[in-house]
Design a protein around this ligand. Structure first.
Ligand code: PEP
Ligand code: MN
Length: 337
């Protein structure tokens, strides 16, 4: 249930209504917007009659929220959330251009890619140190050494870094060193991990599971938010369908749907969606045109010999071209980048 106050209601009136809600055993979440305040009620509101609040002179309207997610719900927070990743703003018209190799392979590789993507206009650097691979015989990432090389590339370029956390074991190291902590498709429903991220001071990039519905995906964000961390960015990375020609199927519809249902920023990873480098440009342009708040693109200086996902990685020169095209699309839409 969401209680919307009349414009310019005093703090005193809001506190009075809040007391009334709390007396009924519910928790509250107050959002003070420009000229208007909203209280979201958290808990079992099924037996509460909205009239109880509607009769209050300071209340404009009471909206019942049917969805199981509350904190992520657009009804609780009509304005889009802007997440600040170490100074880079994402959401509300600010676009994130995240680029870098699938995996960190050496200090030279990650720094070389970092310098080139920065020159092309990327504002965040990605690099996997811990890789959740389908086969136990595939390259599993360089682990903490990889993270160290990624931090070195950050020092050289000044780009904040994004890396995937696969186990709570490394949460404190990530919290210290990684600007935006990525939770991969395979861990989207690892609820214990999600709960622990709630106590983390870093923003979270939550990728969509291969077979997750919108509601399941948003509920995973809700886990993180309900545990105390409201800085969550969602990432569409393709879902599994009957089509096998592409690695996954990019669900472009998820962008307007997520924006309608939630106030969280949503970005797109076209690399893991298509699994082919030549699909990245068209899907990136389509994503920005559809309203995505950013992109995460895999870039490798030598894709043919990449230890992971070379087939879907762009060469730096191709990324440079992509960024020129994308800035034209973003400018046409009046987005900040
Ligand atoms: C990745 O971004 O490197 C990755 C493994 O992606 P996903 O979790 O979407 O498969
Ligand atoms: Mn990859």
């Amino acid at each position: 249930m969401v209680i919307v106050f009349k414009p310019y209601t005093t703090e005193y009136d809001v506190a009075r209504v809040e007391q009334l809600i709390k007396k009924r055993g519910l928790d509250t979440h107050i959002i003070v917007g420009a000229g208007q305040t909203i209280i979201g009620c958290i808990g079992d509101t099924t037996r509460i009659d909205p009239k109880l609040f509607e009769v209050d002179a300071s209340v404009d309207k009471v909206i019942r929220v049917e969805e199981p997610y509350k904190l992520a719900n657009r009804a609780f927070h009509p304005e889009p959330t802007v997440v600040d990743v170490s100074g880079v703003k994402i959401g509300g018209g600010n676009i994130a251009f995240i680029a870098g190799p699938c995996s960190v392979e050496s200090p030279e590789q990650v720094t070389e890619v970092a310098i080139s993507v920065k020159k092309s206009g990327a504002n965040l650097l990605r690099g996997g140190a811990f890789k959740p691979r389908t086969s136990p015989y595939s390259f599993q990432g360089m682990g903490l050494k990889g993270l160290e090389y990624l931090v070195e590339a950050k020092k050289v370029t000044g780009l904040p870094i994004v890396s995937e956390l696969i186990s709570p074991e490394y949460l404190s190291v990530f919290e210290e060193q990684v600007d935006l902590i990525q939770i991969g498709a395979r861990n989207m429903q690892n609820y214990d991990l999600l709960k622990q991220l709630g106590h983390c001071k870093r923003p979270i990039l939550l990728k969509r599971g291969f077979n997750a519905t919108y509601e399941e995906w948003i509920m995973s964000a809700e886990y993180i938010m309900a545990s105390g961390n409201e800085n969550v960015i969602l990432c569409e990375r393709g879902i599994r369908t009957f089509e096998t020609y592409t690695r996954n199927t990019l669900d472009l519809q998820s962008i307007p749907v997520i924006k309608k249902l939630t106030h969280l920023p949503v970005i797109v990873d076209p690399s893991h969606a298509g699994g082919k480098w030549w699909l990245v440009e068209s899907m990136s342009k389509a994503s920005i045109a559809a309203g995505a708040d950013g992109l995460m693109v895999e870039v490798h200086n030598d894709p043919e010999s990449a230890l992971c996902d070379g087939a879907q990685s762009l060469k730096p020169v191709k990324y440079e071209h992509l960024m020129k095209e994308l800035t034209a699309v973003a400018d046409a839409l009046g987005m900040k980048h």
